[in-house]
Design a protein around this ligand. Structure first.
Ligand SMILES: Nc1ncnc2c1ncn2[C@@H]1O[C@H](COP(=O)(O)OP(=O)(O)OP(=O)(O)O)[C@@H](O)[C@H]1O
Ligand SMILES: [Mg+2]
Length: 276
């Protein structure tokens, strides 16, 4: 990897890819970005797959303000499913000739603590959250990410972090992405999802907000337009910008070539979050 490469954090989730064919296509797009001088770091979620697995085991799936309520069993299921997605992603990247190494955020050096119960706004209503084993990120120790990048490998990280005692926590993948992006000094963060960006009329509308300010985020959350998983997503964008990640986009991962078209073709797609 040469010194002029642009570090880019790409976050994708189960929602942003439809199936095995999509993962192969996504790996091809990552390969294309590398040929254009980008140096990717990947963080992935696995929301739909985790929920499916929990339901298959007769467990109740509960989310508050887009965050999964995680007891000990849910944590074990989440880690198992995320590990599986991680392995398939690494394999798909290898198939495209990309050197990739997959690990948990804990192994990558991300330190967490239990998220304190908090008040959040969902659909304009205040709710008190105790999410169980859900973590906040407090820092990154060691040099695993840097070591991987200097070795020319693509880090592929799933969002299970640990505290100093080794206790593991489920972290929202967007929250994790923002933290890893700032820790790695990424120039760009792209959050791939299953919608074309933030939709002005709520999740079932089609009018994309192409440029979203911090003030716009507050307004759309207060109005109940931004709900569910989009809440941690926009907060992650805001957090990344506050911590000096200069460019932050949300794109539809199901739209073939969206990353390449946005970053290389400069097409006006997705939502770009800006300060203000
Ligand atoms: N105003 C809005 N515009 C667009 N999507 C919205 C809006 N409000 C809520 N959403 C919901 O946010 C969802 C995206 O977040 P979600 O957490 O479900 O997916 P993800 O973050 O891509 O995947 P994962 O959580 O598995 O990492 C959309 O599918 C949509 O249903
Ligand atoms: Mg999400």
């Amino acid at each position: 990897m040469n010194s002029t490469s642009h570090r880019i954090l790409i976050k994708f989730g189960g929602n942003s890819l439809g199936g095995p064919g999509d993962l192969e296509r996504f790996a091809g797009e990552v390969a294309e970005l590398i040929t254009h001088g980008y140096q990717p770091i990947l963080v992935h979620g696995g929301g739909p797959e985790i929920s499916k697995e929990m339901e298959a085991r007769g467990m109740q799936v509960r989310k508050v303000a887009g965050l999964r309520v995680t007891d000990e069993t849910a944590l074990a299921v989440a880690e198992e499913v995320l590990c599986r997605i991680n392995a398939s992603t690494v394999a798909a990247l290898h198939d495209k000739g990309i050197e990739a190494v997959g690990v948990s955020a804990a192994k990558a050096g991300v330190v967490c603590r239990r998220k304190p119960p908090a008040i959040a706004i969902e659909s304009g209503v205040e709710v008190r959250i105790d999410l169980g084993w859900v973590g906040d990120v407090t820092g990154v120790t060691g040099s695993w990410i840097e070591d991987m990048l200097s070795a020319g490998a693509v880090p592929v990280i799933y969002p299970i972090g640990a505290d100093a005692d080794g206790k593991r926590y489920n972290v929202n993948a967007d929250t994790m992405a923002a933290f890893v992006a700032q820790a790695a000094g990424a120039e760009i963060m792209v959050l791939l999802t299953d919608v074309p960006g933030v939709l002005r009329g709520g999740e079932s509308s089609s009018d994309v907000v192409h440029e979203l300010t911090f003030k716009g985020i507050d307004e759309l959350i207060a109005k109940g337009v931004i709900t569910g998983g989009m809440i941690p997503k926009v907060e992650a964008c805001r957090d990344a910008i506050r911590h000096r990640v200069p460019v932050v986009h949300m794109l539809n991962g199901r739209d073939p070539g969206s990353m390449v078209r946005k970053l290389i073709g400069l097409e006006c797609i997705g939502t770009t979050v800006i300060q203000g």
